[in-house]
Design a protein around this ligand. Structure first.
Ligand SMILES: *[C@@H]1O[C@H](CO)[C@@H](O)[C@H](O)[C@H]1NC(C)=O
Ligand SMILES: [Cu+2]
Length: 236
């Protein structure tokens, strides 16, 4: 009996997982799963040394994925849901608390053929524990905004094809490693305009460690500050 209850509890948690399903380009909805390397299911990645941490399971190539044309300086919105529906349930399960981050990596040739390996990723957005007093996390804001969060593509980035990687880390079972749940969505974009900046870069996998204080953390002890993994945001 005890084991059946345990199985049911695991099944309920599994249903609460989510995926990135839409991108919006300057407020225009680009359509479900378009320009996105869609993973096989809504399970999270928990092994930070796996190539799944790059662009989710099966995400090291995008040969069947189209590449969206966007402008340097554009506002790109990412939209996440638990299932293939925009209404009727929380976009991401309310129990999933943690940071929201966005990285970008320039493809040596096409975005569709880019595996995202090596020191290629620049962090362009990070939001974590927004209000320690109320324990409000970036995920709470995403949920309140129907699964959406936005980033400005730095205007100084060189033109070309890129992978754009949004990440939500759920920390509800992160007090030991592996435990933190990485939800990752990668979109393929072709940036026009732009400049000649040469931003700092990290590796994914490579730069995250299981021992990082932003990855192995107990969030239920009135946490007063939080440092997300992957270093500082590059502001362009
Ligand atoms: C990206 O934009 C460049 C410059 O406009 C163009 O030559 C190239 O074909 C575009 N790539 C894709 C995949 O649309
Ligand atoms: Cu989940």
């Amino acid at each position: 009996m005890k084991s059946i209850l345990a199985v049911l509890a695991v099944a309920a948690v599994a249903n609460a997982h989510f995926t990135m399903q839409y991108i919006w380009n300057n407020g225009v909805d680009e359509g479900q799963n378009n320009y996105i390397r869609v993973p096989p299911n809504n399970n999270p990645v928990t092994d930070v040394t796996s190539t799944d941490i790059t662009c989710n399971v099966g995400g090291t190539s995008g040969s069947s994925v189209s590449t969206a044309s966007i402008s340097a300086g554009a506002t790109i919105t990412f939209e996440w849901h638990q299932h293939a529906q925009r209404t009727g349930e929380d976009a991401i399960s309310g129990g999933h608390k943690g940071p929201v981050q966005v990285y970008i990596a320039k493809a040596p040739s096409t975005a569709a053929s880019f595996d995202g390996q090596g020191a290629v990723w620049t962090k362009i957005y990070s939001s974590g524990l927004i209000d320690p007093a109320s324990q409000q996390w970036a995920t709470d804001v995403v949920n309140a905004n129907s699964g959406k969060h936005s980033v400005t593509i730095p205007a100084s980035l060189p033109a070309g094809e890129y992978l754009l990687r949004a990440e939500i880390i759920a920390l509800h079972v992160a007090s030991s490693y592996p435990g933190a749940q990485f939800y990752i969505g990668c979109a393929q974009v072709n940036i026009s305009g732009g400049g000649s900046a040469s931003p700092p870069k990290i590796s994914l996998p490579g730069s995250y460690q299981g021992s990082d204080p932003g990855i192995t953390v107990n969030i239920y002890n009135n946490l007063q500050s939080y440092t997300a993994p992957g270093g500082a945001v590059w502001s362009g």
